[in-house]
Design a protein around this ligand. Structure first.
Ligand code: PLP
Length: 399
């Protein structure tokens, strides 16, 4: 016997976004006035009607195990939402409710990956994708997408990355960290490759309600029967309804995939939290006014932030069309020096900002782009103004 840890476990990197947020909290606890641009969650309270449904669930004693794949009422509500909002004809049996979007993704890859199967991940990417794929025994295959391509993967690049081992391709639109949204035309071209190569597309649509400038996101699975049969659609309550702590995500998948996901979940977590399922049912079927109200606030912050960044020296950003992040190119700044020392890396850029300017930003090396940072606008306008002023002061110091 030995007390060695698992190779698989050791291969996983801790989430650097959570680490930055923890550092900002620690400095605040020491009394520092830190502005945190790291937030991956809306800063609004969960809408009152949703909280009320949870309280009612507790009072009614809805506090026991539920079916593994979620309550029938919630699976039906998700199926109805998929049909009405996304034009995806998933029946309730094809829907699995999980403990958050991350857990839904974990179940998906556990259900479809055999050891050594490859999963294509357009880069930049949300940092959890490769780790989730590796934990399921898969091999992430990264395809770099440049700013000149709006950080989006082209059908040619997708086709070129496919091998005999390719099992799936991860599509995230609206995108974290870039804020880009794929057009219907772009999705149709990608769908053609996916069907031809006979691989799954895992479509993570968690930011679907947060799009701006009149842009409407399209679900790739809605573009025809062939692509629908190859699509696993993943979503969750966290970002649209400001329910990050409630931990409810959901998936629509071909029936055999949904069944395997449900079996896996039945052993891993039994079921998602019963009270949060009642709250999610209310979120999906109750009044929806809070969704556009939050989006409007995000939009005002987005515009302000982009206008400010456009005027700053040594950095640039493409205006995001969705989600709540600005992906900032700092490659010019990295070549310059601060107090006589070359900045060099995005990690060092972020370290100087937090230690000397009380401002937390996300260095994007773990998102596959080591000359970018991510700024979240899921914080209030006063903090945004203060934080951007500090970043500008730092940039003006660079020589
Ligand atoms: N997908 C993307 C692109 C995300 O950014 C996140 C959270 O940051 C998730 C999925 C998972 O969200 P949750 O597990 O909170 O539902």
């Amino acid at each position: 016997m030995s007390l060695e840890l698992s190779v698989k476990g050791l291969s996983v990197k801790p989430s650097s976004t959570l680490a930055i947020t923890a550092k900002a909290k620690e400095l605040r606890a020491q009394g520092k006035d830190v502005v945190g641009f790291g937030a991956g969650e809306p800063d609004f309270d969960t809408p009152e009607n949703i909280c009320r449904a949870a309280k009612e669930a507790i009072d009614a004693g809805f506090t026991k195990y539920t079916p593994a794949a979620g309550t029938q009422e919630l699976r039906k509500a998700v199926s109805d939402k998929f049909k009405k909002v996304n034009h995806l004809n998933y029946e309730p049996e094809q829907v699995v409710i999980s403990n958050g979007g991350k857990h839904a993704l974990t179940n998906i890859f556990e259900a479809i990956i055999n050891p050594g199967d490859e999963v294509i991940i357009p880069t930049p990417f949300w940092l959890s994708y490769p780790e989730i794929v590796k934990l399921a025994g898969g091999v992430p295959v990264f395809v770099r997408c440049e700013a000149s391509e709006n950080y989006k993967i082209s059908p040619e690049k997708l086709a070129a990355a496919c091998t005999a081992k390719t099992k799936a391709f991860i599509l995230n639109s609206p995108n974290n960290p870039t804020g880009m949204v794929y057009t219907e035309e772009e999705l149709r071209a990608l769908a053609k490759v996916i069907v031809e190569k006979d691989i799954y597309v895992v479509s993570d649509e968690i930011y679907e309600y947060l799009t701006y400038d009149g842009i409407k996101p399209v679900s790739i699975g809605s573009l025809g029967d062939d692509i629908f049969a190859h699509t696993i659609t993943c979503n969750g309550m966290a970002k649209s309804y400001s329910m990050t702590g409630w931990r409810i995500g959901y998936t629509g998948a071909p029936l055999p995939v949904a069944k395997v996901m449900s079996s896996i979940q039945s052993h891993q977590t039994s079921n998602p939290n019963s009270i949060a399922q009642k709250a999610s049912f209310e979120a999906l079927t109750g009044p929806q006014e809070s969704v556009p109200a939050m989006r409007e606030q995000f939009d005002r912050r987005r515009i302000y932030m982009c206008e400010q960044i456009e005027q700053m020296p040594h950095v640039s950003a493409i205006r995001p069309q969705g989600a709540f992040y600005v992906f900032v190119d700092i490659s010019e700044a990295l070549k310059l020096s601060y107090n006589g020392k070359k900045v060099g890396t995005c990690g060092e850029f972020a370290r100087i900002l937090i230690e000397e300017f009380d401002t937390a930003v996300i260095p994007c090396a773990d998102f596959g782009f080591d000359d970018h940072i991510r700024l979240s606008y899921a914080i209030n306008m006063v903090a945004i103004k203060k934080g951007l002023d500090r970043i500008e002061t730092f940039l003006k110091h660079l020589k």
